[in-house]
Design a protein around this ligand. Structure first.
Ligand SMILES: NC(=O)c1ccc[n+]([C@@H]2O[C@H](COP(=O)([O-])OP(=O)(O)OC[C@H]3O[C@@H](n4cnc5c(N)ncnc54)[C@H](OP(=O)(O)O)[C@@H]3O)[C@@H](O)[C@H]2O)c1
Length: 295
């Protein structure tokens, strides 16, 4: 199949390129300068040129805190951008696989969020991503929204790389221990998306609508940091573990409010044979790749 990928330089974009490299699909991958999804004209022109069979949207405005003061930009990409992709895909009669976030929820749940649960974003980023989901649902006949969470990889900026850097710079660190979620390896998400592309190619169908894809074991940011340090030391990515203090969200104020509990229920994808990300195993792989100096 001819797969059109947006946001090729992001964590997911790079992992998806790696995943497709071993497949029989033809990939047409674009960065934000080659294909700015906020521009309807650019989207229309590239779709006409590529004539894809399916679209994978890995492009997003992902600066959660900055979004609080850049609402227009966040919505231009995460809402209008998704709408442009949906319109162009619809005019070609092709489906869109789109990625969204756990931050569409308010975090007040006491059990993992199902795709059908009530959304109530706490910040501009979450609101812009939810608006994108809604725009897609309004315009596209066949689409998948995969909500994911706490994404890490060997590429770009993420919590794993930040913790490893801080471990070399500091002797002591404080990390929030009262926000719970599921770390997700972007490489596993990429493989899950590729598996869905394969299913679509074979059957012409997919379980259209909203699904959740994330790591299999919930933790807190503090728990995630502790695991990163243990594995970092084991793999030689750091040579000492800093003293780690658990703090509350109140003690680490950020411009954007984050959900306290954003564990996602991944059952609907498991029923399709797509297993959740084994993030502990993936963390070992990422440590190895970082030792090989992926940037
Ligand atoms: N990272 C997380 O923890 C997390 C958590 C939950 C959900 N998600 C979702 O998962 C998906 C993938 O996230 P990620 O971590 O791979 O994000 P990322 O590393 O921040 O990559 C996003 C990519 O989108 C590109 N982009 C931004 N504006 C664009 C535009 N107008 N047109 C085209 N491309 C544009 C960026 O390019 P430039 O660098 O050139 O701007 C960047 O390469 C996103 O939908 C995100 O909302 C992420």
């Amino acid at each position: 199949m001819r797969i059109l990928l947006t946001g090729k330089n992001g964590q997911l974009g790079r992992c998806f390129q790696d995943a497709v490299a071993g497949s029989k699909h033809e990939l047409f991958a674009f960065d934000s300068t080659e294909l700015n999804i906020a521009s309807a004209q650019q989207v229309t022109a590239i779709f006409a040129e590529v004539k894809p069979d399916i679209v994978v949207n890995a492009a997003a405005y992902t600066a959660v805190d900055k979004a609080e003061t850049e609402s227009e930009m966040a919505h231009a990409v995460n809402e209008a951008g998704v709408k442009h992709l949906a319109q162009a895909a619809e005019s070609l009669g092709i489906p869109v696989i789109h990625v969204s976030t756990d931050y569409v929820f308010d975090g007040l749940a006491v059990e993992p969020y199902k795709p059908s649960d009530q959304t109530a974003p706490q910040g501009v980023y979450g609101a812009s991503k939810l608006a994108g989901e809604q725009a897609l649902a309004q315009v596209a006949t066949r689409y998948l929204v995969l909500r994911t969470a706490w994404v890490f990889s060997e590429y770009g900026n993420n919590f794993v790389k930040t913790m490893l850097r801080l471990a070399t710079e500091r002797n002591a660190l404080s990390v929030v221990a009262d926000q719970y979620g599921c770390p997700t390896y972007a490489g596993d998400l990429a493989k899950a998306i590729l598996a869905l592309c394969d299913q679509y190619e074979q059957t012409g169908e997919l379980a259209w609508g909203v699904h959740h894809y994330c790591g299999d074991l919930p933790t807190s940011w503090h728990g995630f940091a502790r695991t990163i340090f243990a594995k970092g030391l084991k793999h030689g990515a750091i040579d000492k573990i800093p003293q780690l203090t658990a703090i509350s969200t109140d003690q680490y104020p950020t411009p954007a409010k984050r959900p306290e509990y954003s564990v996602l229920n991944t059952d609907t994808l498991a029923e399709l044979g797509v297993q959740a990300s084994n993030w502990l195993m993936a963390l070992d792989r990422v440590m190895n790749k970082l030792q090989g100096n992926a940037k």
